[in-house]
Design a binder for this molecule. Sequence first.
Ligand SMILES: Nc1nc2c(ncn2[C@@H]2O[C@H](COP(=O)(O)OP(=O)(O)OP(=O)(O)O)[C@@H](O)[C@H]2O)c(=O)[nH]1
Ligand SMILES: [Mg+2]
Length: 444
Amino acid sequence: MRQDTIFAPATALGRSALSIVRISGPKSMDVLIDLTGDVLPPRQLSLRLLHDSQNGEVLDKAMVVAFPKPISATGEDLVELHLHGGSAVLSAVCNYLSSMPGLRIAYPGEFTRRAFLNDRIDLTSAEGILDLIDAETDKQRRQAIAQATGNLELALKSWRDKLLSAMAKIEAFIDFPDDGLPDTIQQEIKNNLISLRAEMNLALEDASHAERIREGVQIAIVGAPNAGKSSLLNWLAKRDVAIVSSIPGTTRDILEVYLDIDGYAVTLADTAGLREATDVIEAEGVRRTLARLENADITLILSDASEGEMGRTAVNHYLSQQTTLALATKIDLIDDIPPPAPWIGISIKTGAGTKVFIQMLSTIIADCMERTGSITLTRARHINGVRVACDGLQRVLEAFDGSEPLEVVAEDLRLSTCSLERILGVVDVENILDQIFEEFCIGK
Ligand SMILES: Nc1nc2c(ncn2[C@@H]2O[C@H](COP(=O)(O)OP(=O)(O)OP(=O)(O)O)[C@@H](O)[C@H]2O)c(=O)[nH]1
Ligand SMILES: [Mg+2]
């Protein structure tokens, strides 16, 4: 399959100034000669007429560039055609390419997959590229570009090298069981492994934050019926997403909007008002609200300020978490009199209190996302791998009192090393490749 030459549009379809088609594989250079009638200098953009060599028709006048292997994005001969944008030019060129023997359209992610298989990038960088393309906020972009350019790869490799160096020292003594491991060497290995374990633990602690940056923080708006939840959602979303009415029990299902708050991706959910439901549909709405409340990273609890103490006590028991903001709504109805702490008074009608609210919300979101270390594990796959490595390391450190033979210690170090290599894609990759690359778009 890797012998196939593949091609695909690398830019989005539709009307645009330019449209790039990439071709990768053994026939790429022949295709370029066929299209231009010329052998082009490598890695240099050239302006050429592209012909259909079967009937001589000009397909487009375009900038083209050739990247001979192995110094190309895929590690294979790679050609880029920078065509004029628009669907007709693109389909004429793609139709012509499909008619050429040995050429076929690429599968999603196939270019990046080939880059990985040809050792141009490791698996974490490939995932970083995917995240970068999917990034919708600035924080997501920063996290993804760090991973795509090899930050995680470097960290994992340095951890692996530290494990390998400990293993080499231990294995040197396995063949001399009588002498045992000299104390000074044992202490040195131990100190190195203790600091390695601390680094890994820090990365694991940060991991949930990194995952939230990638996937977005979940915020739920909850409260009694008619508290103004849907009004707040519409105001934050700056559009009429949810129906607002003075009838309690208007919202019965969960409504979600995706927002960018200070560069962080946020999923904001409006929910059904919490009360003893009057019918089965509302009861289901309340059940869903409670489930969402449990999964939320941040909860906004709303209570109608004009109902005073009564309204607040109804939702007080949800106030326990740190990541909860308590909002007393409609303070315009009580002459903007501020409610007692921790309640923050707001009015969607007059805008009173909304500035303070937004500031507090931004702070809570930032706290939720803030990381302490520099290494970012963005996926469950990374977290599990580092956890396994860390567990192995723990066993190694415990075995140093001499309770286990050196062979057992070395085996645990080997398991830890393997687990890190699995994240990098050095070992056991076949079963996860499809899963990772099928998320890509065609042409990447
Ligand atoms: N005066 C005033 N009225 C408001 C304010 N915010 C919302 N309301 C009104 O309060 C009523 C209920 O608003 P919704 O946003 O539908 O309340 P909800 O919490 O979503 O209600 P349910 O979906 O029934 O649980 C509507 O008539 C809104 O116009 C506000 O800041 N001031
Ligand atoms: Mg509502």
